[in-house]
Design a protein around this ligand. Structure first.
Ligand code: ATP
Length: 337
């Protein structure tokens, strides 16, 4: 019998609720039978205290070597302080596609049962290029960068995904009536790519209208293709459709590397209390298992999560339960058998 492969994965527990939810997820992953070797690293303020660097060189090297990372949230201070670790890592490894599936879990009452959306967010450009400066006191310029290359490759990613996974429809979400040049370019690239995919319906909606439409009737959408900032905002809105930020997973994908992380941030308001919901990071880990071709383990974890939600006995507070982070993890482990 061939020896079982060991997956070397870079692990960034992060801060705030990061270490708690990461610990819960690692326990569950280790119980799948898949062999992991974790390379664990601090990042952000915690890393700065230890190494004098927000992202230690050894962390970059680890991701470069392993090509896969599982990451908890790392706080980005508002205003001054350091540059977002999340944005820096996405740029450094050219993780241009941010992939976020939005799906109801059983047992959770939400306004709309049966939501099944895919968000494809451009991850390296837009307002997130970090080009801001003060022109004169009281006047600040922030530069949004949209390129043909960046827009074309994210559109291609969305259409390839749709075709491969039988998704029927893609909408580009934009504000090209105001951002005529930048969003105009984004749309032109998406249209050009769409021409090569006659089997996938293509539409365009303005961002503000889309937010209203998503709340009123999310079923008119299937896959949403968005620039960086719009994708960030609409992801949180869509998380709200299925029960909140504690649930929605994400993957940052490039041609070479992948970093799996939840949509939510470090949630300092509930950190250190063993009450955070680890489902979002756990479902991100399920995406990682698929990425590693560990299909059986991915399905086993996903099924166990769905069982725990359907039973409604051991849910965390954000989704109406009373269980703690570790109790929820125990319930998932029990459901895995
Ligand atoms: P960022 O800008 O870093 O993405 P954010 O401003 O979106 O962060 P979060 O840290 O994600 O903010 O938290 C937003 C709200 O959602 C907070 O009230 C937080 O407690 C809640 N929340 C986020 N993640 C979870 C979770 N895993 N479990 C329970 N509640 C959560």
């Amino acid at each position: 019998m061939a020896e079982q492969k060991t997956h070397k994965v870079t692990l960034i527990p992060g801060d705030g609720i990061g270490p708690e939810v990461t610990q819960a997820v690692v326990r569950i992953l280790e119980a799948t039978g898949v062999k992991f070797e974790w390379e664990r690293f601090a990042a952000g303020a915690e890393a700065f205290e230890i190494f004098g660097e927000y992202i230690p060189a050894a962390l970059y090297e680890s991701i470069e070597r392993n090509k896969v990372a599982l990451k908890g949230p790392v706080t980005t201070p508002v205003g001054g302080g350091f540059k977002s670790i999340n944005v820096t890592l996405r740029k450094k490894f050219d993780l241009f596609a941010n992939f976020r599936p939005i799906k109801n879990l059983p047992g959770l009452e939400t306004k709309w049962p049966g939501v099944d959306l895919i968000i494809v967010r451009e991850n390296t450009e837009g307002e997130y290029v970090g080009l801001e400066h003060e022109v004169v006191p009281g006047v600040v310029e922030s530069i949004k960068v949209i390129t043909d290359k960046g827009s074309t490759r994210i559109a291609k990613f969305a259409f390839d995904y749709a075709r491969k996974h039988g998704r029927k429809k893609i909408h580009s979400i934009h504000k090209a009536n105001i951002m005529k040049m930048s969003d105009g370019l984004f749309l032109r690239c998406a249209r050009r790519v769409a021409e090569g995919f006659p089997d996938v319906l293509y539409g365009e909606h303005i961002i503000d209208n889309t937010c209203m439409q998503l709340v009123m009737n999310p079923f008119q959408y299937d896959t949403l293709l968005l620039e960086n900032l719009y994708g960030d905002i609409v992801s949180d809105l869509c998380a709200g459709l299925v029960g909140g930020l504690g649930l929605v997973p994400g993957a940052n994908l490039g041609h070479d590397c992948a970093i799996f992380e939840a949509v939510h941030g470090s949630a300092p308001d509930i950190a250190g209390q063993d009450i955070a919901n680890p489902t979002a990071l756990l479902q991100s880990a399920v995406l990682m298992l698929h990425h590693l071709n560990e299909e059986a383990a991915a399905n086993k974890v996903q099924k166990a999560v769905e069982t725990v939600y359907a039973e409604r006995k051991t849910l965390t507070r954000d989704v109406g339960g009373h269980a703690g982070t570790s109790q929820f993890a125990d319930a998932v482990l029990a459901a895995m058998g």
